[in-house]
Design a protein around this ligand. Structure first.
Ligand code: GUN
Length: 287
């Protein structure tokens, strides 16, 4: 069965829209974009459209590739101090002259709807729900819940140890909490006997950024496969094709459930950003 991430995300967005309609003010998400990375431009456009649909004010400030680090940090300070701003997002990757670490740590943790600030990462790890979960892991958790996939006592194998997917997803799914309690294995470029490990998975998550890395022989029958990869591949005819990390055509024949690319995890990441922004807005109004 193919899991329809777009459909699940739409239903959640509809719910957020209804809630915002009942509010006096609208939540605000402020975005900083530096340079013209083609994937970033696509992501920003998707986030903007999603915000518009649910009634979140979306403000983007677009700086050129050569912009100084100081300008970006000053801009973050202004957004931190602006009471109208509920969420701040600095689109990654940043050009070389700007430190990711300085940028992430400058954002007020209470407005860090990406969940990248060390305070929010720490809260996630210790199971403190007062922070923000980063959007892709949160989207995957929601996708599993909405698809009635239980992770409790299951062996979840995650391929990839990035700070934005692999590590936080492992931390979330191992919590002693409802919809968690999984046994989690994280594999990476130094892991040995990969096939043996992936074949022992009840749920296999691919988040490595290599097109069609997961082949049919790496997956046992009836496994649930979650594909986080978004790989842009230029075709000979000049068009661009988006491929996941999983060889969908073959793996889908044996998986019990599988997410496609596109229309799988991607829309869940975007809707999680809406959820985090709405949550930040609500928390502020309830203070
Ligand atoms: N670049 C790729 N994914 C993300 C994301 O989730 N947040 C930000 N800020 N930048 C990204």
């Amino acid at each position: 069965m193919i899991i329809n991430g777009t459909k699940i995300a739409k239903a959640i967005a509809e719910d957020i829209k209804e809630k915002i309609l009942k509010c006096k003010n609208r939540p605000n998400l402020s975005v900083i974009l530096v340079g013209n990375n083609p994937a970033s431009l696509i992501y920003i456009r998707m986030k903007e459209k999603a915000c518009e649909r649910v009634g979140i004010d979306f403000k983007v400030q677009h700086f050129n590739e050569e912009e100084k680090e100081g300008t970006i940090l000053n801009e973050i300070d202004k957004l931190n101090q602006d009471d109208r701003v509920n969420g701040i997002l600095v689109q990654m990757p940043l050009p070389k002259q700007i430190s990711n670490k300085k940028v992430i740590e400058r954002i007020d943790p209470e407005k860090d709807v990406d969940g990248f600030h060390p305070i929010n990462v720490g809260k996630m790890l210790i199971g403190d729900d007062s922070g923000f979960l980063s959007c892709t892991p949160l989207g995957i958790k929601t996708l599993l819940i909405k698809s009635n996939i239980k992770v409790e006592s299951k062996h979840v194998v995650i391929l990839g140890r990035s700070n934005i997917v692999g590590k936080p997803l492992a931390a979330i799914l191992m919590q002693k909490k409802p919809h968690c309690n999984a046994t989690v294995t994280v594999c990476h470029s130094y892991s040995k006997n990969l096939k043996e490990i992936t074949r022992s998975a009840d749920i296999l998550v691919a988040a490595i950024g290599k097109p069609k890395f997961v082949t049919q022989d790496m997956v046992k029958d009836n496994t649930i496969v979650i594909d986080v990869g978004i790989n842009y591949l230029k075709q000979t005819d000049g068009t661009t094709k988006i491929l996941g990390d999983v060889d969908f055509e073959n793996v889908s024949k044996i998986a019990s459930q599988i997410t496609p690319v596109p229309k799988g995890v991607g829309p869940m990441t975007v809707v999680s950003l809406l959820q985090n922004t709405y949550m930040s807005f609500k928390r502020k109004n309830e203070k």
